[in-house]
Ligand binder design. Sequence first.
Ligand SMILES: *Cc1c(COP(=O)(O)O)cnc(C)c1O
Length: 383
Amino acid sequence: MFDALVRFVREQYRTEDFIPLHAPVFKGQESGYVQETIASTFVSSVGAFVDRFEKDAAAYTGAARAVATVNGTAALHAALLLAGVQRDELVITQALTFVATCNAIAYCGAQPVFVDVDRHTLGMSPASLEAWLQAHARLDADGNCRSKDGDRRIAACLPMHTFGHPADLDGLVSVCERWNLPLVEDAAESLGSLYRGKHTGSFGLLGTLSFNGNKIITTGGGGMILTNEALGARAKHLTTTAKRPHPFEYVHDEVGFNYRLPNLNAALGCAQLEQLEHFIASKRELASRYAAHLEGSELIFVQEPEHCRSNYWLNAVICPSREQRDFLLQVSNAADVMTRPIWQLMCDLPAYAHCPRDGLEQSRWLADRIVNLPSSVLPEHLS
Ligand SMILES: *Cc1c(COP(=O)(O)O)cnc(C)c1O
């Protein structure tokens, strides 16, 4: 059974060599644009490609403003600060995520609260969010959402669009509105994924993207904050050392961050963004082949949720049991076809073991069973 899957993957990539989980593709203007930055000498914190990359990303996602950052974690950290998250406050997120989501909360001095995900979206469950809030939160006289025990402010809700599959955004938006919670979307994995035709990352007050080397497009390292005009201006200020415009003086009006994306990386990003729809088409084709191949087997292929277009950044299957998961990982990796389990739940990591949580039944069920399969752009779509 798993041997057949390994053979199937090899047929798609037409090679007997090692097959990675996700390889970047540089078949567009990457070299040309990067050469341009070198020729101009503007490789660092100022340059035309940063402005262009931000404009292109805003146009692509439909966000009013897009602000480029040095990586996705920095984008998340700044986004949470801009949403008003402060020391000792709580931020509700999911336990089934990459560690960067929680780290960004911790950088603010705040603490994550883990609520369960939905099995069919792999993203935060609006019902679990509502249930946790009903049991543990109240709205104070000023309309702030606060915890009943400890009276800590609950400053934001931070769901994540797992592997590029949009979470139930209608549900999450409505719970967050009811509880006066700023919604910040970790859309690091979901560039190009749409929910009811609208781009993920553009539903909340702020959303963030990542352009790390393993993401659907890459700038080497990089990230982006998506938001409205006013917060976009604040985001630019905060991520560029909080420097006030002045002909020559160094005036910094708050503790800012050096989180800006270098022009060299932005050049790569502009070239990658031009190819994004092409990459998504290839990955969706691969996903439909996986789905067809696995139809009727014991592995459940994770498909895009209703009313969504997923970018299928990483393809995933749900195994019947933890034992079968381990067996699939062993057989495929031994055959030089790279597969990986989903992340350990955040509440099982030492840094986050003490954080509040609900029962996390679906999160634990999925963490025991999910395996990611090779998901790079198909060789016939490379030219
Ligand atoms: C990749 C990723 C990030 C950001 O990662 P960086 O490497 O800092 O760009 C954040 N959250 C999730 C869920 C991710 O997958």
